[in-house]
Write a protein that binds this ligand. Structure first.
Ligand SMILES: NC(=O)c1ccc[n+]([C@@H]2O[C@H](COP(=O)([O-])OP(=O)(O)OC[C@H]3O[C@@H](n4cnc5c(N)ncnc54)[C@H](OP(=O)(O)O)[C@@H]3O)[C@@H](O)[C@H]2O)c1
Length: 293
């Protein structure tokens, strides 16, 4: 049962750290017709594609005073931090600034997955553990892997060189717009002081990478193949592409998680929060087919 939405309350002030990113940019659109004021906390001096109705505050994660300035007078904070070696330190700095300035509710984008040393799962576990100890209401959103990860395969599919270490493992992928829609509800719902909750967000069904290749073959009208590699071969291929080693490691780890069919749970949380079924991967592939031509 969902909590009541805050739609009749006086205008809420919601700060979004990551409004220029995948989930954050959808979230801002989703909040557009709500009676809220949205403030983007960004490292960018001139962020592109930010709606006129969102005010931007430039922050520097190494200068806590800039975070505190951006959070003054804010009721709710959404944290969606891009994957980086600074992620744990930066999110903890944001959480501390929010507690100091009296933010009442923090909604943190985390990740669904096992207890593991692999990143970004381990990073999110460390941030969640820190958040759990703070005197503030919190909601942790734990989505499965975003469909957007397939965009990385685009030029390889186009060149006929798509390969990876996911084997015949299954994974439930989620459309990042569903994550944003769920985040909107999590931000607008009324929560008791210091309450703590977690939502587990998934897409509608599981896929193997070979099934994704079949679907791409239908859409492109030619045969697309997913070629199997060992984790070692995949790591070497990613490093040869010029990816930083921590990114290569993270992607090989994700392939292992797919290979072992770890992320195959199907929850009803997206439809319960948003009132709509989660978006289908086949529709996402159709919408994004240009990436694969
Ligand atoms: N991708 C997946 O499959 C998946 C699945 C589940 C969970 N997640 C989690 O979702 C979160 C990312 O969401 P997203 O895809 O919306 O993120 P994103 O688009 O890659 O980045 C979000 C924002 O993070 C900000 N940022 C601040 N410091 C950064 C840094 N050092 N490096 C990169 N970005 C930085 C950037 O905003 P400014 O430039 O405006 O400061 C950026 O727009 C991560 O915590 C990730 O672990 C991802």
């Amino acid at each position: 049962m969902l909590n009541q939405l805050n739609t009749t309350a006086p205008e809420l002030r919601i700060a979004v750290a990551g409004a220029t990113g995948r989930v954050g940019s959808h979230l801002i659109n989703a909040l557009a017709s709500d009676p809220v004021e949205v403030i983007s906390l960004t490292r960018q001096k001139a962020p592109k594609n930010i709606s006129d109705r969102v005010s931007s505050v430039v922050v520097d994660f190494d200068k806590p005073s800039t975070l505190e300035m951006g959070l003054t007078g804010v009721d709710k904070l959404f944290i969606s931090h891009g994957t980086s070696l600074q992620q744990v330190a930066n999110e903890i700095a944001l959480i501390e600034a929010a507690v100091k300035t009296g933010v009442r509710h923090i909604v943190k984008l985390s990740v669904m997955g096992p207890t593991t040393l692999a990143n970004p799962f381990a990073w999110h576990a460390a941030i969640e553990a820190h958040l759990a100890q703070q005197p503030v209401a919190s909601t942790v959103l734990r989505p499965t892997t975003f469909m957007d990860v397939l965009k990385r395969a685009g030029r390889h599919v186009a060149a006929g060189t798509w390969a990876g270490a996911a084997g015949k493992g299954r994974v439930n992928l989620i459309d990042s717009r569903d994550v944003a829609d769920a985040a909107r509800v999590a931000l607008l719902e009324k929560v008791a002081d210091n309450s703590q909750r977690a939502y587990h967000l998934t897409g509608p069904r599981n896929w193997t990478m070979h099934e994704v290749a079949e679907k791409l073959s239908d859409l492109l009208g030619r045969t697309v193949t997913y070629m199997d590699r060992s984790p070692e071969e995949q790591r070497a291929a990613l490093l040869a592409e010029g990816l930083p080693s921590f990114v290569a490691e993270l992607l090989v780890g994700l392939d292992q998680i797919f290979n072992h069919s770890v992320l195959t749970e199907r929850t009803l949380t997206v439809e319960e929060l948003t009132g709509s079924a989660p978006r289908e991967l086949s529709d996402w592939l159709k919408e994004n087919i240009e990436f694969f031509r």
